[in-house]
Design a protein around this ligand. Sequence first.
Ligand code: NAD
Length: 284
Amino acid sequence: SLKEFAKTERPQSSVHWVHVIGAGVMGGDIAAWCALKGLTVTLQDQDRERIAAAQGRAAKLFARKARNARDARAAADRMTPDLRGDGIRHADIVIEAITENLDAKRELYVQIKPLMQPDAVLATNTSSLSLEALGAGLNMAERFIGLHFFNPVARMPLVEVVETKSVSTITKQAAYTFVGAIGKLPLPVQDAPGFLVNAVLAPYMLEAMRCVDEGIRPETLDAAMLKFGMPMGPIELIDTVGLDIARDAGLQLTGQTNLPACLEHHLDRKELGRKSGQGFYRWQ
Ligand code: NAD
């Protein structure tokens, strides 16, 4: 458990400076979390507005989680917007959290590799792409690893550490100690579709929506699974991750080709869950 992991003796993390590329839902919140935990953070995005929005969310996180206003200000000062990517040259770890697109990620890696410190780690937050494919031909496989954070970053303790055949022991150690140092629980997983958590969640979410198709109300289903001990019902979970993402994960990870009718119904109406204000539930 996280409590037990927090108590275990580990070497000091070698990561002091984190450079995050992609200031979207994930990258912005990963950057904020690292700054809250005392690390120096530079946050890069090609879109200035995404960085500004991430800083806005970060300010709320710091106000909520820091011990006092001074600590909150200090956390904000540790997180620097970086449109040009100047932080790449200084970072001990670069976390890539740009759009889920193989070619875009590979192109970015080629650009940043010569700028990185020779022993810095390159981590990707990809949910579904193969690390083998992402790193192919890049010639830095020993320093390339997956760090799969979950949404919302501030509330989800687990981080899947995706290992490849070629990653070095020193990179793995750096990744595990870094994840521990920011107060998260690292889970070693192999480079396989859905890693571990999403491979289990995708069929779970699809099955829940098939139950809705059969006439069970979302509220009934969610209440039942809460009683079973889940922290959140499956339909609320789908609204939280986004119906478009639940669709993609369901199709990619289960081999099923037919979507549940209730999911198609909401997607047709652009009802994507929390982020659009309406999914199975209303969120405004
Ligand atoms: P997002 O669309 O919210 O953010 C992506 C950001 O990357 C955008 O702000 C975009 O401007 C920026 N970007 C794209 N190309 C860039 C480039 N070349 N240089 C700099 N910035 C660039 O996406 P997200 O949901 O935060 O997902 C990011 C990554 O995290 C993806 O790989 C995704 O699979 C993974 N992930 C997402 C979730 C989730 O629940 N959303 C959970 C875990 C992992």
